[in-house]
Ligand binder design. Structure first.
Ligand SMILES: Cc1ncc(COP(=O)(O)O)c(C=O)c1O
Length: 437
């Protein structure tokens, strides 16, 4: 029987988080804070693509590190040692929270979180992991169970069982009916205490939390909140895992977001910014107690491309760049972003709040009379004005992110953006809001 002719015209790439309601850009080139699409239009990349192109596009040092490693040896089995992997583990330990000396490399943030859960369960003998409602920890079946974002859960739970996790509320004013930071910290931590006791402290292996919310709205914990979380973990023998997939690598003004809180977690997970998004790489950092157990007992798990040498070489060059003043630049320039957004919040009464730290901010929209969302984001009828603001920014040549839920937008420019770039992004946002409202 003759085979039907395959038509490549019919072949399609399926984009992730695909929505038929919005135009999907095709991006061909990038340089610094800008990218260009197939139509030749220039865009200011105000969301670092997916909160990961931290060092901007076309960084020559990272590009050469990739080429050099590829021409030396591109791939070494993840079950063997590789000098570039070992060197990277050392460089990471030097900048991570104290005591996190051992790194298990992976490929994506989702997989790093799954491995962290595995290590926590093996280490404690307990099975349950607590995470926050509205959190995002990945969309593979395991990490999707950790994710608290209702849209992601709904999409996954149609096909996968997500067991072994419990949820607690994040420290946001809407959840605890107070704007006062001290009261908020106390109520949110008391609530966590209640959830731990309710789930059974002995059953809980770990709490995984983002130190600064990523796509769910860039909110920070009020002062003392994370100290209380750590006290609860100590009291109940629960491991604290900081998901630094977005917050890490300078995004929020420190190497890792949890360092700003002066809390030492038991593990951190990282991905995105570790290579400045030049190559896929992720990992889990643990203290020696956990690493020693693996060293003694072995580990019957792995991934072919975990700690890919070319990605590790990219990460070493990225770390050199971060060390070359990028993190200080974020600290020094953050006030430009904050002040610009503050002005927007004062100018438009539909801008309910701005939240964030470093170069990761969210602008929250709400009905000025009621404080309620302008549109229920779960109703997919194309009438959400926040989508119009996002489209308006794009028409003005600025790419911003949609938050989860899309009652807010996210601004997360490359960390190399200067004050003029930040002002340009804010001005486009200002314009877009004034047109939509
Ligand atoms: C905080 C956080 N954790 C984990 C992940 C999952 O990472 P990945 O998409 O690399 O699997 C993400 C992705 O956006 C994230 O924002």
């Amino acid at each position: 029987m003759s085979q039907p002719e395959l038509s490549t015209e019919k072949a399609r790439e399926i984009p992730h988080w695909y929505s038929p309601d919005s135009e999907t850009l095709s991006i061909t080139e990038g340089s610094g804070v800008h990218v260009w699409d197939t139509e030749g239009r220039q865009h200011l990349d105000f969301c670092s693509q997916l909160y990961c192109a931290n060092l901007g596009h076309s960084n020559e040092e990272i590009e050469s590190a990739i080429t050099d490693q590829a021409s030396t040896i591109a791939y070494v089995s993840s079950s063997k040692r590789s000098p570039v992997r070992e060197e990277l583990a050392g460089r990471l330990a030097a900048v991570a929270p104290e005591g996190l000396t051992d790194t298990f490399f992976s490929i994506s943030g989702s997989e790093a979180n799954e491995i962290a859960c595995h290590l926590a369960r093996e280490h404690t003998g307990a099975t349950k992991i607590l995470t926050r409602w509205r959190s995002y920890h990945g969309a593979t079946y395991g990490a999707g169970g950790l994710t608290g974002d209702p849209d992601t859960r709904a999409a996954l739970e149609r096909n996968a069982e997500t067991t072994g996790t419990g949820k607690f509320l994040p420290p946001i004013p809407e959840a605890f009916d107070t704007d006062d930071p001290e009261e908020l910290a106390e109520r949110a931590a008391d609530h966590l205490d209640f959830v731990i006791r309710n789930e059974g402290a002995d059953n809980i292996a770990a709490i995984i939390t983002e130190p600064i919310a990523g796509t769910s709205g860039a909110f920070t914990g009020p002062a003392d909140y994370f100290q209380r979380v750590q006290e609860l973990c100590n009291e109940y023998d629960i491991l604290l895992i900081s998901d630094e997939v977005i917050a890490g690598f300078g995004r929020c003004g420190d190497w890792f977001g949890i360092q700003t809180e002066d809390v030492r977690p038991d593990m951190i997970t990282f991905a995105k910014g570790v290579t400045g998004a030049y190559m896929p790489l992720a990992g889990v950092m643990t203290p020696p107690e956990i690493g020693d157990a693996v060293a003694e007992d072995g580990l019957a798990l792995g991934q072919t491309f975990g700690g890919h040498p070319v990605a590790c070489a990219a990460a070493l060059a990225a770390i050199d760049t971060y060390e070359d003043g990028v993190i200080e630049h974020v600290q020094e320039t953050e006030p430009v972003l904050e002040a610009g957004l503050q002005e927007i919040a004062e100018r438009y009464d539909v801008v309910h709040d701005i939240r964030g730290r470093g170069f990761h901010w969210s602008v929250v929209f709400a009905d000025p009379e009621t404080g309620e969302a302008l549109h229920d984001p779960r109703v997919d009828d194309g009438d959400n004005p926040v989508h119009d603001v996002i489209a308006g920014c794009r028409e003005r040549g600025v790419l911003v992110g949609g938050g989860r839920p899309t009652t807010q937008i996210l601004l997360s420019p490359p960390l190399v953006a200067d004050a003029a770039d930040l002002k340009a992004g804010i001005s486009a946002l200002d314009d877009a809001i004034s047109t939509v409202f």
